[in-house]
Design a protein around this ligand. Structure first.
Ligand code: ARG
Ligand code: ZN
Length: 478
């Protein structure tokens, strides 16, 4: 995808207007309070990420989401591609401030009841926001259980680039892939990677369909023509990596060489050739463990759907593939489990740390398979014209419309290859494992990466990162 400067300018302007409105409104209603008394103030409607001002929320930290979903896919064509979702989200959270009000993100679905610690409370809905008024008010540090009963008609949402994402209704179910801010299309959520949580799912669908979520399958039960699928995802997870994909899937279960249980969900229409890339999953896990450290989660597997959103996603523990799973893409999404999922971006501007690493991991995998070398792939990127968006994009500040652009993937991978040459293999792989070990389970930023690179290599890398990550020009010397 190339950068679209015109649209980017339009979005940034809208984003700034939104951000200042948000700042003004939350500032205006902040309650005063005499010293020594709790100051109850509403939580902000965003987590403070300038690329997606309404994603996430201030003042809360979600510990666990228990999502009880009941889903009816669309009727047969020519009925519209719309499903019906009824959900009960039980959200365990901790107040980070004294709160007389807080927000969750919810878009296109209607809440019918909200309780906080068992008491019904008042709430309102605005675009992307469910505004909850807890009574009694919450004190900073207080744990609370929030239950939201909600539902509505599911459609085919799109992101700011017009790509399908979120709860994407399909004829046989739904594809659920929410990067970067699409989770609000299917559950009330604090939708920013800086708030990781554990998840459990009970998803009820018509008998014959399979609902696939993250983590481990605890079981399925059928009654009166409906099957409830229960999944448990105990590894802290950013909301965009959660899935509850529904379709005509065949489940295939086995154990990888490192002992990780693998659960693949393959659409029954897929031919062996369309899923051939999955055959080396176990070998790839071992390959990346040698480079990035132990596989970080309780399980792994793939979902290969017959429908397509046009891309794959590294949904945590269960990567999603549109139509088919090629070996390179399988390697890319698997590498994301360490790089992106276990260590997640602190701001969406830092997404090159996800995509650069996953792309570079697939370069290393291809070299391992003997089809090419990382050096050859690096040279291929460096041969791109100076006018390419690979070089005109500032890697560490690609803009909201640039987060899936060529630069984030290829310039990111090229940076990592150049860094490996600069500091040597030993320091480079120490850096990779230390990065995962130190920031795993949380988030990290470009500055964290630069600091750790300098720390581990003992080299001053200011000029290197300036040229590679902060200049809108093609690196020539570094
Ligand atoms: N993170 C995904 C991958 O590279 C790509 C997601 C693209 N999303 C989008 N809305 N275009 O593996
Ligand atoms: Zn990726």
């Amino acid at each position: 995808m190339s950068a679209r400067p015109f649209r980017r300018i339009a979005f940034v302007t809208a984003g700034l207007v939104l951000a200042s409105t948000v700042a003004a409104s939350s500032g205006a209603v902040a309650a005063p309070g005499s010293p020594g008394e709790p100051r109850y103030a509403p939580g902000d409607p965003g987590a403070g990420d300038p690329y997606f001002p309404l994603a996430g929320n201030g003042g809360i930290d979600v510990v666990h989401y228990d999502l009880d979903l009941d889903y009816a896919p669309p009727a047969a064509a020519p009925a519209p591609l719309e499903g019906t979702l009824a959900g009960v989200a039980t959200i365990d959270l901790v107040a980070l401030a004294d709160l007389d009000r807080f927000n969750l993100d919810l878009r296109g679905l209607t809440a019918s009841a909200v309780t906080v610690n068992g008491k019904r409370v008042a709430f309102t809905q605005a675009p992307n926001e469910l505004v909850v008024t807890p009574r009694p008010k919450l004190k900073a540090g207080q744990a609370a259980t929030v239950v939201v009963t909600y539902g509505g008609t599911t459609t085919r949402p799109t992101d700011i680039e017009d790509a399908l994402y979120g709860w994407v209704t399909t004829r046989d179910g739904a594809m659920v892939v929410s990067e970067p801010d699409g989770s609000a299309t299917w559950f009330p959520v604090n939708d920013h990677p800086t708030d990781k949580s554990t998840y459990s799912f009970e998803i009820t669908v018509p008998e014959g369909l399979t609902a696939v979520a993250n983590g481990l399958l605890l079981g399925s039960e059928t009654a009166a023509g409906r099957t409830t699928w229960t999944w448990d995802a105990p590894d802290p997870m950013a909301a965009y990596l959660a899935t509850a994909t529904v379709g005509n899937f065949r489940l295939e279960q086995y154990t990888a060489a490192n002992g990780t249980p693998i659960i693949d969900a393959i659409d029954v229409t897929r031919s062996p050739g369309q899923v051939a890339g999955l055959a080396r999953t176990s070998e790839m896990i071992s390959f990346f463990e040698e480079r990035f450290g132990p596989y970080p989660f309780v399980s792994y597997g793939a979902i290969v759907d017959n429908d397509t959103v046009g891309y794959a996603l590294e949904t945590q523990t269960r990567s999603f593939f549109s139509s088919s799973a090629s070996e390179n893409t399988v390697a890319h999404e698997l590498a994301h489990q360490w790089m992106g999922d276990h260590v997640s971006p602190g701001r969406w501007a830092d997404i090159w740390l996800n995509e650069g690493w996953a792309t570079y991991a697939s370069w290393m995998w291809r070299e391992h398979r003997g089809t090419t070398t990382a050096q050859t792939l690096f040279t291929g990127v460096m041969n791109r014209a100076a006018t390419s968006s690979t070089w005109s994009t500032v890697l560490a500040e690609p803009g909201p419309l640039g987060i899936f652009g060529t630069a984030v993937y290829d310039r990111g991978a090229a940076l990592l290859h150049a860094l490996r040459v600069e500091i040597g293999d030993e320091a480079f792989f120490d850096l990779a494992t230390e990065w995962v070990d130190r920031f795993g389970g949380g988030t990290a930023t470009t500055s964290d990466f630069i600091a750790l690179s300098e720390d581990i290599s003992g080299q001053d890398l200011d000029q290197f990162f300036q040229v590679w990550a902060y200049e809108p020009t093609k690196p020539t010397t570094w």
